[in-house]
Design a protein around this ligand. Sequence first.
Ligand code: 5IU
Length: 252
Amino acid sequence: EEKARASYEQKLKNVQHSVSKKLLEIALAKKSNLIASADVTTTQELLALAEKVGPHIVALKTHIDIITDFEYEKTIIPLKELSAKHQFLLMEDRKFADIGNTQELQFKSGVFKITDWADFVTSQVIGGFESLDCFNNVGVVAIVGMSSKGTLTTSSYREEALKITLSHPNVIGGVSQSPIPEEILLFTPGVNLADSGDGKGQQYNTPEYVFKTLHSDFIIVGRGIYKSNNPEEAAISYKNEGWNAYIKSLKI
Ligand code: 5IU
């Protein structure tokens, strides 16, 4: 069952998409496979978190529609500056789930104008292959499997979702709690060192488990970092745990 995983260097040689390359380059440069999920609700908290954890992460994952006081100029412009200053990418976890035309409007219009600032976005693939065509200026992380209790992403759903994930040129990887083919990147949320769940259906694993068993490429950590008394220290500890677990998983 246990087999050595592909290294970031090996993946870097094989990936085609520019966003996949950037993520792997940042991972190697920072010795980090950590994506911080910034599930905070004000611009001030978002920017403060980005400033603190920025140096230690490969990407900051946002839910931009939960920011109460969102203003493009006050929220996005400084966030972009922090991403350049600390060298991390912006991952908007929008989880698009509609027909292509509607997803395109949600991606390009409204107040958020995700197309103008996100480096990569998450999308369901339930709308079929062509629903992903509109994301041709960013990378897409396809939702293959969810971390929550009772999710409908059964093995037969995941198998079909993977067909789209592997064949669409805009897709750089998948979110899943199961292993996926090595040619794309695996992003795994539901990672926490202190808790096993949140009482609302979330289920947590450790970095050790996700690298060893799933051969994940990137761990996504939300409350483990932003709810911590010291988010910077927490980010450093998830970064180190994640990196050590990755190194170990190379040697199995
Ligand atoms: N997220 C999950 N599980 C999933 C998918 C997305 O937790 O299967 I798809 C998101 C939700 C939240 C973050 O933004 O990842 C995890 O946050 P916590 O570490 O606070 O649970």
